[in-house]
Ligand binder design. Structure first.
Ligand code: GDP
Length: 138
């Protein structure tokens, strides 16, 4: 069993897409083992995206991520990291496959509705960044 972190980004929450995303997660057979809504501070968003701090879009990305509330979830399932990334679609929605969340709902390379961890190491860091062990129903 593998775990991953999912975030419904401020564009997804603001546009009323929480239910749509959660429905797709559940239909895909992923188990939601933790869930909360939070409004990130600038410092917390910068810490989360620290790996991207040299990228030209870092400031824009962290301001976007603090522009409204987000829904963070820990998901569990077999091969869930890769399966959830497939369900999300490519970072740039223009390259995303039909049937993916980003193809259906993203409006911009940055405002792409959802986040998902990209490796087991990243997932462990990202889940721990938002949830303590008492908040995970595993
Ligand atoms: P992901 O794993 O598919 O989310 O993609 P990355 O880890 O490469 O990038 C993290 C997030 O930064 C993406 O989901 C986008 O919200 C944003 N992002 C990535 N590339 C760009 C870009 O070229 N410009 C802007 N403005 N944002 C970007």
């Amino acid at each position: 069993m593998e775990r991953t972190l999912s975030i419904i980004k401020p564009d997804g929450v603001g546009r009323g897409l929480i239910g749509e995303v959660v429905k797709r997660l559940e239909e895909s057979g992923f188990k939601i083992i933790a869930m909360k809504m939070i409004h990130l501070t600038q410092a917390r968003a910068e810490g989360f995206y620290a790996v991207h701090k040299e990228r030209p879009f870092f400031n824009s990305l962290t301001s976007f991520m603090t522009s409204g509330p987000v829904v963070v979830m820990a998901l569990e399932g077999e091969n869930v990291i890769e399966k959830y990334r497939t369900l999300m679609g490519a970072t740039n929605f223009k390259d995303a496959a039909e049937g993916t969340i980003r193809k259906a709902f993203a409006t911009d390379i940055e405002k792409n509705v959802v986040h998902g961890s990209d490796s087991p190491e990243t997932a462990a860091f990202e889940i721990g960044y938002f949830f303590n062990s008492f908040e995970i129903i595993g």
